[in-house]
Design a protein around this ligand. Structure first.
Ligand SMILES: [Zn+2]
Length: 147
């Protein structure tokens, strides 16, 4: 049974150096309060080593991002069967906010689903239909706060 070991890098630069040394790519996973940069390498003995660097958003920005986080549900029908995809998206808003953040979240969700799932189930930006787009966190429920 292969095991996984996780370590935290102190800086993004340190993570980049580590990833370069091991010739692995850095993946960027973003949520409303934090961006996690992570890279993983598999050693000859099968052990997986994962290294992370967390970048937290300042509270003022995090609160705004949280309010504009959407759960997008989309569906497409490969060979007559329905295939559902759900993504939680925090769109990156520009200062002006001329675009409806919910619409922006839909565009990002569909693009991400296509990128991750096209090879597996054939989801594309063209055949995906958005069913619902809802704010993930209700402003009236403090219990939603992660801490
Ligand atoms: Zn699908």
């Amino acid at each position: 049974m292969a095991s996984m070991r996780t370590g935290e890098a102190l800086t993004l630069a340190a993570l980049q150096t580590w990833a370069q040394y091991h010739e692995v790519a850095i993946e960027r996973v973003e949520s409303w309060d934090v961006v996690v940069h992570r890279a993983e390498e598999v050693r000859a003995d099968g052990t997986r080593h994962r290294r992370l660097y967390r970048e937290t958003f300042p509270p003022v920005i995090a609160i705004k991002r949280r309010a504009n986080t959407f759960t997008v549900e989309a569906v497409h029908e490969p060979a007559g069967a329905q295939c559902f995809h759900v993504r939680v998206i925090t769109p990156r808003l520009s200062g002006g906010e001329l675009v409806d953040p919910g619409y922006l979240a839909e565009l990002v969700a569909v693009a991400r689903i296509q990128r991750k799932c096209r090879a597996r189930c054939g989801a594309t930006a063209e055949n995906l239909r958005v069913l619902t787009t809802e704010r993930t966190y209700s402003a009236h429920r403090p219990s939603d706060w992660k801490g």
